[in-house]
Design a protein around this ligand. Structure first.
Ligand SMILES: NC(=O)c1ccc[n+]([C@@H]2O[C@H](COP(=O)([O-])OP(=O)(O)OC[C@H]3O[C@@H](n4cnc5c(N)ncnc54)[C@H](OP(=O)(O)O)[C@@H]3O)[C@@H](O)[C@H]2O)c1
Length: 337
């Protein structure tokens, strides 16, 4: 079968990535073999390629890229009960068990959810990680009906899913975003859209939000703290404080990293503590049951995963290069026929 394979980690450029013929995988007892119909790229793929995950990941090169996918179950492991041959499924593999940019993938059945019948395979692949991550952030921070939250990066996969899920729950959602996404974000239920390029965070209402969802980190994280009510919370996709989530993903977090992690993120944990704000560091792990529940919620709304551009499998490397150049308006997907 053909697959987009990484042979060596590389900080810049994609010379060590190529569409390659490799053996078709076989499902183990708890896996399903999926004939992949679509895969989507995520910022996480660039971190995987650069080798940032290498010290913690049992997945050693060469391996197939891609963590979001959708397709048709072609075979099941002997212990699989929730899926049968012919089911249309979608999944996020976690950052350790990648491999969706390929004709076939053997994936843990516990990572899979049934694909909504009114979503294309491309839309399902485009949605998986964004939906799971947004749900996890809102759930960890225990966001409640009637609260007011601010979502940074509303036009992105995570931000858009968070706006939709929070609005669906009766939460008042403001967002910072690229102004070109304004109409889309109002259609998902955003109350106010702030243009991140022209509206500085210190011009936004102070001590106003019960929770901020921050996918940017750095100064955005620090400048968000005064916007949050005392006792409120910030869910960060960049400040990694949850070792449990990383281990659930299959990462083997070395002891030295466990010691260093509090130091690496000290600036942020201290600033949040000083401001009286609870900090939840989010590392999204694969979870098919939650993905099924969140996808079911999403289906009741006007939300449809946004696709910027679809490429054929033969153009998978060009798709990755296009994605890495940045600024797509929606996901970059690979369609596999
Ligand atoms: N920890 C986790 O589990 C986890 C999971 C998923 C994603 N992430 C991280 O979360 C972030 C978002 O992921 P994603 O998949 O949603 O990314 P994405 O689809 O690339 O979206 C990012 C969005 O943020 C906007 N943006 C850029 N700078 C901004 C700023 N200063 N203020 C407000 N909005 C800004 C971008 O607009 P432009 O088009 O103008 O750039 C874009 O619409 C990424 O950094 C990703 O690595 C973490």
């Amino acid at each position: 079968m053909q697959a987009l394979v990484l042979t060596k980690h590389q900080k810049t450029g994609f010379d060590t990535i190529a569409l390659t013929d490799i053996a078709q995988p076989h499902p183990t007892v708890n896996q399903v073999l999926v004939r992949i119909k679509a895969a989507a790229f995520n910022p996480a793929d660039l971190h995987i390629i650069s080798g940032e995950m290498k010290p913690m990941s049992p997945n050693k090169v060469p391996f197939v890229l891609g963590v979001d996918g959708a397709g048709i179950v072609e075979a099941i492991g002997t212990a699989v009960r929730d899926f049968k041959v012919g089911d249309e499924v979608m999944f996020y593999t976690g950052l350790v068990w990648s491999g969706t940019v390929a004709e076939y993938l053997a994936v843990e059945a516990s990572a899979c959810a049934k694909k909504p019948s009114n979503w294309s395979f491309e839309q399902a692949a485009a949605a998986a990680l964004g939906l799971l991550c947004a749900h996890l952030a809102l759930a960890r921070a225990q966001v409640q009906r009637g609260q007011r939250i601010l979502v940074h990066g509303g036009g992105g996969a995570v931000g858009a899913a968070a706006i939709m899920l929070a609005h669906q729950k009766g939460v008042i959602v403001d967002t910072t975003a690229n102004a070109t996404d304004t109409d889309y974000l109002y259609s998902l239920g955003a109350k106010t859209v702030f243009d991140y390029k022209t509206q500085a965070l210190n011009s936004l209402p102070q001590a106003h939000y019960d929770m901020v969802l921050d996918g940017m980190g750095g100064d955005t994280f620090l400048q968000s703290l005064p916007l949050i009510k005392k006792g409120g919370s910030i869910a960060s996709l960049k400040v990694m404080t949850e070792l449990g989530d990383m281990e659930r993903m299959g990462m083997k977090v070395p002891g030295i990293f466990k010691l260093l992690m509090p130091l690496i993120f000290r600036k942020f944990t201290r600033a949040a503590a000083k401001a009286g704000i609870k900090l939840y560091g989010i590392a999204t792990y694969q979870d098919g049951k939650t993905l099924a529940a969140v996808t079911h919620l999403a289906e009741q709304t006007a939300y449809l995963p946004r696709i910027d551009k679809a490429f054929a499998l033969s153009e998978a490397k060009a798709a990755l290069e296009y994605f890495a150049k940045g600024k797509p308006r929606g996901k970059v997907v690979v369609s596999i026929r």
